[in-house]
Design a protein around this ligand. Structure first.
Ligand code: ADP
Ligand code: MG
Length: 705
């Protein structure tokens, strides 16, 4: 933590700064940024370098950096691209350790630009200089003691304890330019541009350690090092919320269908997994991001997902209810006591179910009392109040009352109000002007969902749970030997069998044979009924080519099965010459699940769990987690799967199946983390049974690099 803390601070709290390449041409970036810095009252010293001008906007120009006599904390380079390298070298020579390069035309335009960018980074590394950018729109710190707006955005947001990183300069500008309408506020803003040096991980770490910052928000298009982001986020989210808006590029499967797991993992699915597992709140719009950020600071987290809705208008209430369901929230069923109390104050024509429609006549007093009654009901975890201004009721009074209800409540109370336009002028002058009042309904369920998710995450998953090692060192060494001596990138059945035995993974008993004759001799080691399978690393889906014949009851049937299987292969144009066969114990009944492992180039090892069998790709019950996982995470994988209700519906002891599954998942997670050469593996299916020790892996594939 220390490293970034020390080296990044001067970007945000410079006592002095220099604009290298400030321009006297109005409208140019080199002019507009200086104008911003002056206009918003930067508290430090400003220097300007421009050999061709005497002064710009009243600031005297220095012909070069050398002639600036004081020490300088921060340089902002605005030079044309061809002068950037030279300008940067001058900053280094001057001893400046923090440089923002606004200039574009680097990595984003191709090879030549990329080379120049690499050159900058090389010099920076050598001289312990940190760079933000290039190709960025600068940075803002709204803290009163700094007041730095080093961007070309026309507005300075209000101060808050939220910080905002944008990978896109244009998106950052769009947010800043509309700040007077949206009212979004933040303490610090950075546009990271090409992330040549300073990236989201540096800032996550830096902001995570800063006690004055309460919420971190980021718009990202890529992760510089996904696994590092995950590790940092996991450490920071229990302390403060991190919100990420990540643009999703839909890529289908990451890899050709060499395994089911690979086919089911899209890059966005992996991003989603990493964010969720590390406790990051993923949002879909800018509005959702900033509204959630302020809600997280303003409201306490709800104890559950049950919501009461209080309104004076029917339509909006109904619309809201649909949205609640879509966001995993439930309408509270109110107690009879609550209904009784509401009947005492409301007109008999009102609706007393949830949503409670008080009708347009509801006055400020009625609003207040009804809200308090609802908040007394222990079935209410959060309250949403809708107010549409009717003719006879004074909006100002209603919202003043509701604002005080909101302040007193220990549960979240979210207000949506639609008063006449003239209301706002008076309101914005009043002492309650900082009350959060939503002007649209759609956003409310999303915010509430995030508040509830955060509560859930903090309680269940962000707590430290011990990670017990399952694979002992001696076992690891002996398994490693198998990997070291493998003949092929796709492991053979015999290799898989011995790995499973060493890992205590319950692989079904089986023998590999060349033909029926050999099977007849060796069959004693397993009992009928059996299954006959073609054994070839070339055939990914054996059943697709008629390569699996199940429930063979005796030798006679086995002989027939061999002939049948060979015919099937012939029909599918596979030569049966040299092909091997697996005669495997037949596992009757049970539920087929898939367990997979995958190594992502950016996020590292992952495990997957879901419905198994032939239909996996169709059902898409793909639940991923970054490995290593702990017990809570393994259980979450199972519980979140579509197949869970089936697993949970066993007649026998349900817990056995879930417990043994959890253990298998934990071992599989270690298979990925302890053996870096494992690229992917699939267990499809594991046939799960309720009885202890009866679940069996009947098909497994391991791909190594
Ligand atoms: P593949 O996935 O290559 O088609 P599998 O070995 O997974 O081949 O077999 C396909 C299906 O056959 C399984 O999903 C399962 O329904 C059934 N099956 C395979 N082996 C067994 C077995 N030993 N006991 C019971 N059913 C089996
Ligand atoms: Mg299979």
């Amino acid at each position: 933590m220390k490293k970034n803390d020390a080296t990044l601070r001067k970007f945000f709290q410079p006592k002095s700064l220099v604009l290298v390449g400030a321009s006297s041409t109005e409208g140019s970036i080199g002019y507009e940024i200086l104008k911003s810095i002056l206009r918003f009252g930067y508290q430090g010293k400003i220097f300007v370098v421009n050999p061709n001008a005497k002064e710009i906007l009243g600031v005297a120009c220095n012909p070069n950096l050398e002639s600036v006599e004081t020490e300088i904390d921060l340089a902002i380079i605005l030079l044309p691209k061809k002068f950037v390298l030279k300008g940067f070298q001058e900053c280094v020579a001057k001893g400046i350790k923090n440089v923002i390069v606004i200039t574009a035309g680097f990595k984003e335009v191709g090879n030549e630009g990329a080379e120049l960018e690499t050159e900058l980074v090389k010099i920076a590394l050598k001289n312990k200089v940190r760079i933000i950018g290039p190709n960025c729109m600068g940075l803002i710190n709204t803290d009163n003691s700094i007041k730095l707006n080093a961007t070309f955005a026309a507005e300075l947001p209000k101060f808050s304890k939220t910080v905002f990183l944008s990978q896109s300069g244009a998106l950052g500008a769009a947010v800043l330019n509309t700040i007077s309408q949206t009212g979004f506020s933040f303490g610090q803003f950075v546009s990271v541009g090409n992330k040549a040096d300073v990236n989201e991980n540096d800032l996550l770490e830096f902001w995570g350690a800063d006690k004055n910052i309460e919420v971190i928000t980021m718009y990202l298009e890529s992760f510089e090092d996904g696994r590092k982001f995950f590790d940092l986020a996991k450490r920071i989210t229990p302390i403060k919320p991190v919100l990420v808006l990540k643009s999703a590029r839909s890529e289908a499967g990451l890899k050709a269908a060499i395994s089911h797991t690979g086919a089911l993992a899209s890059s966005d699915k992996i991003v989603d997994t990493a964010l969720n597992q590390s406790g990051v709140i993923r949002v879909e719009t800018i509005e959702e991001m900033f509204e959630t950020a302020s809600a997280l600071q303003k409201f306490s987290l709800p104890n559950g997902n049950r919501v009461a809705v209080l309104t004076n208008a029917g339509g909006p209430g109904i619309l809201l209810v649909d949205e609640l369901e879509r966001n995993n929230l439930k309408l509270s069923s109110l107690s009879s006591e609550t209904e009784k109390r509401l009947r005492e104050i409301l007109l008999p024509e009102a609706s007393f179910g949830n949503p409670i429609d008080m009708l347009p006549g509801a006055t400020s007093q009625i609003y207040k009392t009804a809200a308090e009654i609802l908040l007394d009901d222990e079935n209410v975890d959060s309250l949403i109040i809708i107010f549409v201004e009717p003719v006879m009721v004074n909006s100002f009074d209603v919202l003043t009352e509701l604002s005080s209800v909101q302040k007193k409540s220990k549960n979240p109370v979210l207000l949506a109000a639609f008063p006449l336009p003239q209301f706002w002028e008076r309101w914005n002058e009043s002492e309650n002007k900082d009350t959060i009042i939503y002007k649209s309904l759609e956003i409310i369920p999303k915010i509430l969902k995030h508040l509830w998710e955060r509560k859930n995450q903090i309680e269940k998953y962000l707590v430290k749970s011990e990670q017990s090692e399952r694979i002992k060192e001696s076992e690891r060494v002996s398994i490693q030997k198998i990997f070291n001596s493998k003949k092929n990138n796709i492991l053979q059945q015999t290799e898989i069998n011995s790995i499973c035995n060493k890992l205590k993974l319950p692989i079904a008993k089986g023998i590999i044979v060349k033909n029926f004759g050999e099977a007849e001799k060796k069959i004693k080691s397993i009992q009928f009924p059996v299954v006959l399978k073609v054994e070839s690393t070339e055939i990914v889906h054996k059943s697709d080519v008629g390569g699996v014949i199940v429930n063979i009851k005796n030798l006679k049937e086995l002989k027939v099965a061999f002939t049948q299987l060979q015919q099937n292969l012939k029909q599918k144009k596979y030569s049966s010459k040299g092909v091997m066969y697996l005669v495997q114990e037949f596992v009757e009944g049970g539920i087929e699940v898939i367990i997979g492992g995958l190594r992502d180039s950016n996020f590292g090892p992952l495990v997957m769990f879901g419905s198994g069998g032939k239909l996996v790709e169709l059902i898409k019950d793909n639940n991923f987690a970054l490995a290593p996982i702990n017990i809570a995470e393994a259980e979450k994988l199972i519980i979140n799967s579509k197949i869970y209700p089936m697993l949970n519906g066993f007649r026998g002891d349900k817990k056995i199946a879930i417990k043994s599954l959890t253990e298998i998942l934990l071992t599989c997670s270690e298979l990925m983390t302890k053996f870096p050469e494992v690229e992917e593996f699939d267990i499809n299916p594991l046939i799960v049974k309720a009885e202890k020790g009866k679940s069996k892996i009947v098909d497994m594939r391991i791909i190594v690099s």
